[in-house]
Design a protein around this ligand. Sequence first.
Ligand code: AMP
Length: 299
Amino acid sequence: MSVLVVGSIGFDTIETPRARAVDVLGGAATYAAVAAQYFAPVRLVAVVGEDFPERERAFLAGRGIDLAGLEVRPGPTFRWTGRYHENMNVRDTLDLRLGVFGEFRPQLPPAYREVEYVFLANIHPGLQASVLDQLTRPRIIVCDTMNHWIESARGDLEALVRRVQLLVINDEEARLLSGESNIVRAARRILQLGPSSVIIKRGEYGAVHFGPDTVFAVPAYPLEEVFDPTGAGDAFAGGLVGYLAASGDLSATGIRRGIVYGSVLASYTVEDFSLERLRSLSRDDVDRRYRQFVGLTEF
Ligand code: AMP
């Protein structure tokens, strides 16, 4: 089964305490699509400018990602500049140039409308809802958001989360959305808003999945160095949805396995800038680290 990924594609300039990368491939949808395609065919809906290089288009197409939904508009591609603190769970946005992404109105090609497994990366919640309106029989909708939309579009976001099965957000966003500082209480509050379940990502501390009566926690893979955390959350969500699409298993066990696969993709993503580590990553590498995760958490 295919996965639909909708969100940003762009170029990032990233500063970490030890290194800097300028105008490298980024965007939430890029990370999610590349992560998901390790498991299932991916259909991408996004927008780039005419300046988007053929080399990067060929990279995505070469991964078998369906680009029929990739719109090319006159104008510049989205660009984001961020700087990480010594504690790499914390970062500042230094610059944001929306370019053609500012006019993004996701349009699904007719062949995409029957997709059952969906990841809505971080865009305006009203636009995320417009994607749901175009789907005929979704089985699982996984959705991300960000502080900016929680603060500026709360009504649209609350309407959206009632329609999704799995909200994937980081701990800071969970606190802002719920008004609770304790993560467990925050999750309970968020579930009252309507999503069937919520995953709270906690950077180097891993992720916790809360259902109405269940809790599942997975650590982050212990790495000696986190090189660049950008895109980890999107790679996590992409790996998770990709695995669910491949297995068709939406049981509690299936979701747990998907969460571990998502953690595997996130852990590889942070080993290098941009999508560099994913460019050379094989499915065998993914499965090897999945087994290491099993060993890591077994007792
Ligand atoms: P994250 O998963 O939060 O680390 O973000 C990964 C990607 O999100 C980066 O590659 C950025 O290009 C992209 N990004 C940053 N800000 C925004 C935004 N406001 N809307 C959509 N995508 C963004």
